[in-house]
Design a protein around this ligand. Structure first.
Ligand code: NDP
Length: 392
């Protein structure tokens, strides 16, 4: 009786719980645990079949170990926050249970996006005979699988990769983030970085932009160069890549708010003294901003996330674009969350499915591009994230 323990009952946890419940042949038993039990119970009450719920502090390893043992989990599907990655990996090592997440570890006091902390667990996971699958969301996640698919089906050599993430949706709020505000703002305000000729080139935050014409009527939008974690694993596992960049769309309104908040110090992650106590401005800002989960019923429009790849096939130059379009309102109608949570939660469920059905297997710590992309690509079509290819 395969058993999955989902940790985190936010926007993404909501989608993962719904999607796992839709596949009882794989996820026979489900437990949803998070810091706030009521959030787990609220999600559980929406599902078509009963699941267990629990309260857990995922920064407390002994508490996690007890929970994993009590629910007899085969896999921990972690969709809480990146700060918990290493604690949950420690608990998986102690209990001998597989691990999956959607975002790389970040220390709380430093916005440093780096896989090395988690890659350092490889030998320990290997010795324990268990597997960790890192970054099984959309980006990272599906974008890594798209690259593996491109390499398998379309290219002898991939030379240039541009990952392009567009949210063409609108929630009608003056300023809100589509996923956890603290994580989102840390990511967006970080220094940009891209890979070229075996070197990392640093750029000021959001200082490089251009226009990209998105397909299926979304049309031209301004995209901004950012650093994103999948660049680190893809350039390591696909060494023929000569240039890799990540781009994201932002509205002028979002950028104006962010600039003002940054100028007045509200995006700082170091503690400041306020009325005799220490507060972190970004954490205080998070408390003021709309909960991304509340944006579901308000958001309309579509997302378009994909990979534009240039390389060589049979001695000739080739350009290839693969993307998914996801509709916010359709996502909300199906699982009660907008498309950002949906595009993250569906691949998290599929990654867990790959492990529990042993279509992806191994011992150690892995990124998504290290496995055969074919079964994952098939499940994307089946579970609500169909993809389209354009070859030039
Ligand atoms: P939310 O903030 O909506 O949800 C996070 C959940 O984790 C909340 O339920 C929160 O509990 C819970 N949590 C936080 N700390 C703890 C803790 N110490 N112990 C137990 N539970 C805890 O975030 P999202 O759902 O939007 O995002 C979830 C993850 O998905 C993030 O890591 C994010 O970076 C990642 N992500 C990945 C993407 C990808 O494409 N790869 C895209 C978008 C997101 P409480 O409700 O009590 O605060």
């Amino acid at each position: 009786m395969p058993s999955v323990l989902i940790i985190g009952a936010g926007g993404v946890g909501q989608v993962v719980a719904h999607k796992c419940a839709q596949a009882p042949e794989v996820f026979e038993r489900i437990c949803l645990a998070s810091r706030t039990l009521e959030k787990c119970d609220r999600i559980a009450s929406q599902l078509p079949r009963p699941i267990q719920t629990a309260q857990v502090d995922a920064d407390n390893v002994p508490e996690l170990v007890d929970l994993i043992r009590s629910v007899k989990a085969d896999l921990v599907l972690h969709v809480a926050l990146p700060y918990q990655d290493l604690h949950i990996m420690d608990a998986c090592l102690e209990t001998g249970v597989h691990y999956l997440d959607t975002a790389n570890y970040e220390p709380l006091d430093e916005a440093r996006f780096c896989y090395q902390w988690q890659w350092d667990y490889h030998e320990r996971f290997k010795d324990r005979g268990i597997m960790a699958l890192l970054g099984s969301g959309f980006d990272p996640g599906v974008t890594n699988v798209f690259c593996a698919w491109a390499k398998k089906m379309h290219f002898d050599e991939i030379r240039e990769l541009d990952i392009i993430d567009c949210n063409a949706g609108d929630h009608g709020q003056p300023f809100a983030t589509n996923f956890n505000p603290e994580i989102n703002i840390r990511e967006v305000t970080a220094q940009g970085r891209y890979y070229e000729n075996e070197q990392w080139v640093k750029t000021d935050p959001l200082s490089i932009s251009k226009e990209f014409d998105f397909p299926e009527g979304i049309g031209p939008k301004k995209i901004y160069l950012m650093y994103h974690e999948e660049l680190e694993s893809l350039t390591r596992h696909m060494p023929d890549i000569q240039r890799a960049r990540f781009w994201m769309t932002f509205s002028d309104n979002y950028l104006k708010h962010l600039e003002v908040l940054g100028n007045v110090g509200m995006t700082r992650i170091d503690p400041v003294e306020y009325e005799g106590r220490q507060i972190v401005p970004l954490q205080f800002l998070k408390a003021l901003l709309p909960d991304p989960g509340s944006l579901g019923p308000l958001t309309h429009g579509r997302t378009c996330i994909g990979c534009l790849i240039k390389g060589i096939k049979d001695g000739k130059e080739k350009e290839y674009y693969i993307y998914n379009i996801c509709n916010h309102e359709e996502a909300y109608a199906e699982v009660g969350s907008q498309a950002i949570s949906y595009t993250t939660g569906v691949p998290a469920m599929i990654g867990a499915m790959m492990i529990l059905t042993k279509q992806w297997h191994g011992t150690g710590v892995f990124n998504m591009e290290e496995f055969d992309p074919a079964p994952f690509m098939e499940k994307l079509n089946q579970y609500g994230l169909p993809w389209t290819e354009i070859t030039r």
